[in-house]
Design a protein around this ligand. Structure first.
Ligand code: PEP
Ligand code: MG
Length: 833
């Protein structure tokens, strides 16, 4: 039981340290791990142990048992003795002691500071020998003086925590606030290090707190309230960092920062972009694809020039006020943005508000410079610091700095921040595109964008992809010499720019373009119609969703329902779990956007590649095979029950279906169903709610028959099914090409699952990535799938592809695919289709 429930304030208020309590059902108190006995109480009712990592553990049998003066207790060990896990320490005559003690509840606490204790299981019956808690070091001796001090020898023991213990969220739970300082060492799990987004979130999280916080990487401290300082620190994946805070809320500040850094490990690893060779020898200029598509048009060299600014100001007070005013106007203007634009505006706001930038500018102003001049030089200084990190991903973010420089200076100098408008259909060439350039380009209706520098993860690239403008980046400085007005082909799909296409190339590109346009227009026209195959078979085309906005977008693209609502989105990127009401409101909003269409809500699938910092996960060497998906939910039935209630309350019964991730057998389904039934009963819902399972593990595919007996529907999670079937990590670029759901082994598993679904007449869909690929549709449908849940953008094309298929052909190709030996064979079959 939690320590707070121990009916003794000495323990409940943690005067004896953090811990938990057990209610012993057995009269032998055993060593909970290998340890040295510090002392057995003279009255034998308690024992203190020193663990291998220096933690001092008190096991106090019963409450107020000191008064028994040893009656009913027998010591089995002596002071100083080394004991092994499971070795008896005390024997207790439970009946005799229980008669006289206030309670048999037995607190177990860590008495010295600097250790984190995490209870693995609460309120459950556990057997001797079962792991119930983890204790690890969280602090160096420098921060918490008592840490690791050997009470017997008086010598400090090494307090460096083993690597795998350093960075776990639960460690944070017990950062003690002994003074106005706190400090924590951790490794950075973020795939891309502390780049702009985590930096912006750290700065935002610290806003309500008062303490000064620094993050030190490789010996250099950076102000954690400054996004530019954080970027300049170049904190990379797996760096060991020290987070230190000083102030009234030091502990909260350290915890907030560490939690944010711990969070976000789900971020994809982007390979740093090296500038490819500009000239490939075939006359084409090679870049990097930032947004797909093909464009033919005239070059427009677009070089918004820097506005000239006066070096000298009109007095310190006036210039400081002017700078503050310009910053305020920009912050206010950013409120109007939506979608991807809003996120980017948020990152810009953090830069506009950055204390280091402001301080640097104010220092220049104090030396007589104008606000505009000071702002420009402050930005230049920080851009240099970021460039000096040599980190390609961070360097891409300099564009954001330049952007706020341009905007603030336009306001300060009263110059027109508006940019020259490129002609409609032009291929815009620029050294590096800034996010604020974007509005002009979309309004102008440019055909494509090619940049000399920059990378595909730059914010401008995200905006181009969202706006559907083909964009190639990092094509090299040679493009800056191309003549205005010359006709070029920008093939963003192949990441090339053809600077001097001959007539044949232009014709071929124009033909491809008009085919694409016709196809897209035709697909859009019929996107809202139900999807029927050529032979009249109905196939449902649903969308995979992760937000209210996506639901609305998917409806405009013709979705017929939601085949997978990834509810993780509600739990990630935040400091605490969303409560039942918050979840309910979001599920209700998504259901409303779907306007009565079916909504399959998947229960929380965290763990694995999607950890959340505020929920305790034990360290896992191999999280993909660990406590993720339904395993986590069943270990936290309280969270699962709350989620079930939120879904049942939020989603109208006619739309509502619930799906469980990472299931391996019908036992998990039965347990989850019992929790769902309780939730229904609590809400007075008598009608059954369809409960389905994802087929994401080979085990589930093999046992699909028994799962389908008990489940209301099955849906293939091909992403995980593929990684587990092929033993190839879906997030590892080294094996990325292997992770193809059209591998024959995966197809056999899907066929097996289809058989199970068919035997019990169950609805059978696919919601993994393969469902979005029109090329794969004939095989999936031929194997028995009747629903494909795709990314919203893929829906119109997928519907069109499915309408061209007939069932006999699909069955034939599926049968052939099952005879294939390799993925390549399967894909070859589809090419000849
Ligand atoms: C899958 O594994 O295919 C799936 C749809 O789930 P996720 O991608 O969210 O793991
Ligand atoms: Mg999955």
């Amino acid at each position: 039981m939690p320590l707070d429930q121990v009916p003794d304030p000495v323990f409940a208020e943690r005067m004896m340290g953090d811990g938990f309590a057990i209610d012993p059902l057995d009269g032998v108190i055993r060593a909970p791990c290998d340890a040295r006995v510090i002392a057995v109480a003279a009255t034998r009712h308690s024992v203190t142990l020193q663990l291998g990592n220096g933690a001092e553990l008190l096991i106090h049998v019963g409450l107020e048992t000191v008064a028994l003066a040893g009656v009913g207790f027998t010591a089995k060990v002596a002071d100083g003795e080394q004991v092994k896990l499971g070795q008896p320490l005390l024997e207790v005559d439970l009946d005799a002691v229980a008669l006289h003690a206030k309670s048999m509840v037995t607190p177990i606490t860590v008495m010295n500071e600097g250790f984190a204790l995490r209870v693995l299981d609460l309120d459950r019956r556990v057997a001797a020998g079962q792991a119930i808690a983890e204790i690890s070091i969280v602090q160096s001796t420098a921060c918490f003086p008592g840490v690791g001090r050997d009470p017997v020898a008086g010598q400090p023991v090494t307090a460096a925590a083993p690597d795998h213990l350093v960075h776990h969220d639960w460690v944070l739970a017990s950062v003690e606030e002994l003074s106005d300082t706190a400090q924590l060492t951790m490794r950075v799990p973020l795939a891309n290090g502390v780049h702009a987004r985590p930096a912006a979130r750290i700065v935002a999280a610290l806003k309500p707190l008062a303490s000064d916080v620094t993050i030190t990487a490789r010996g250099a401290p950076a102000n954690a309230r400054s996004i530019v300082a954080l970027l300049g620190a170049g904190i990379a994946h797996d760096d060991e960092i020290e987070i230190a805070a000083r102030g009234p809320d030091a502990r909260a500040a350290v915890t907030a920062v560490a939690t944010l850094i711990e969070d976000g490990t789900h971020e994809a690893v982007h390979a740093p972009v090296s500038s490819p060779a500009a000239d490939r020898g075939d006359g084409l200029i090679q870049g990097v694809r930032a947004a797909p598509g093909l464009a033919v048009g005239a070059i427009f060299q677009w070089h918004p020039t820097d506005v000239a600014v006066p070096e000298h100001g009109n007095g310190e007070a006036a210039e400081i006020a002017a700078l503050a005013g310009a910053r305020r106007s920009l912050l206010a203007a950013a409120d109007g943005h939506q979608g991807a634009g809003a996120e980017i505006a948020g990152a810009h706001n953090a830069l506009i508000d950055d204390p280091e930038l402001i301080a640097a500018a104010q220092r220049s102003i104090a030396q007589g410079k104008s606000a505009a001049f000071a702002w420009r030089s402050a930005i230049a200084g920080h851009a240099d610091a970021i460039r000096a990190t040599g980190d390609a991903l961070l360097i891409e973010r300099i564009a954001d700095l330049k952007d706020i420089e341009r905007q603030v200076i336009a306001l300060l100098t009263g110059t027109d921040a508006s940019l020259p408008v490129p002609p409609r259909g032009a291929i815009v060439v620029i050294d590096e595109l800034l996010p604020s350039h974007f509005a002009v380009l979309t309004v102008a209706g440019v055909g494509g964008i090619c940049t000399a520098f920059g990378g595909p993860t730059a914010h401008a690239a995200i905006l181009a992809a969202t706006a559907g403008i083909p964009m190639v980046v990092a094509a090299g400085p040679a493009i800056l010499d191309l003549h205005d007005g010359s006709r070029v082909i920008l093939d963003a799909d192949r990441a090339t720019l053809n600077p001097s296409p001959d007539a044949a190339a232009l014709d071929a590109a124009a033909a491809r373009q008009s085919r694409n346009q016709l196809r897209v227009a035709a697909e859009a026209r019929s996107a809202q119609d139900d999807c029927l195959m050529a032979d009249g078979t109905r196939i449902e085309i649903f969308a995979n969703l992760a937000s209210v906005e996506e639901a609305a977008y998917a409806v405009t693209l013709g979705t017929e329902g939601c085949g997978l609502l990834r509810t993780e989105f509600l739990f990630l990127d935040r400091a605490i779990a969303p409560d039942e009401d918050e979840q309910c409101a979001v599920y209700a909003a998504i259901a409303a956007e779907l306007e009565g269409r079916p909504l399959i809500v998947r229960t929380l699938d965290i763990g694995g590649d999607k950890p959340v910092a505020y929920l305790p996960f034990a360290h896992e060497d191999n999280p993909a095979l660990g406590a993720r998906g339904i395993r986590f939910s069943l270990a936290r039935p309280d969270l699962l029950a709350a989620q079930f209630r939120a879904i049942l309350r939020g989603v109208p019964a006619a739309q509502c279906r619930i799906m469980l991730p990472m299931v391996v057998d019908a036992g998990e389904l039965a347990t989850a169903r019992a929790i769902l039934d309780e939730a229904r009963a609590a809400l007075g819902i008598t009608a059954p709610v369809p409960l389905g399972v994802m087929i994401e593990t080979p085990a589930a595919a093999m046992l699909a028959g028994s799962l389908a007996r008990d489940a209301d529907f099955l849906s293939i999670g091909s992403n995980d099914l593929t990684q587990y079937a092929l033993a190839a990590d879906r997030g590892n670029p080294a094996v990325a090409s292997m992770v193809d759901a059209l591998h024959p082994a995966v197809l056999h598993l899907i066929a097996r699952a289809a058989e199970g679904a068919r035997a019990h007449g169950r609805w059978f869909g696919v919601c993994g990535g393969i469902a979005s690929d029109p090329v794969a549709a004939p095989i999936l449908i031929g194997l028995g799938v009747t629903e494909l849940s795709a990314t919203p953008a893929a829906i119109p094309a997928l519907k069109a592809a499915v309408r061209r298929l007939d069932m006999a052909g699909c069955k034939a190709i599926a049968a052939l695919a099952l005879t294939a030996s390799t993925t390549r064979d399967v894909r070859a079959l589809l090419e000849t289709e």
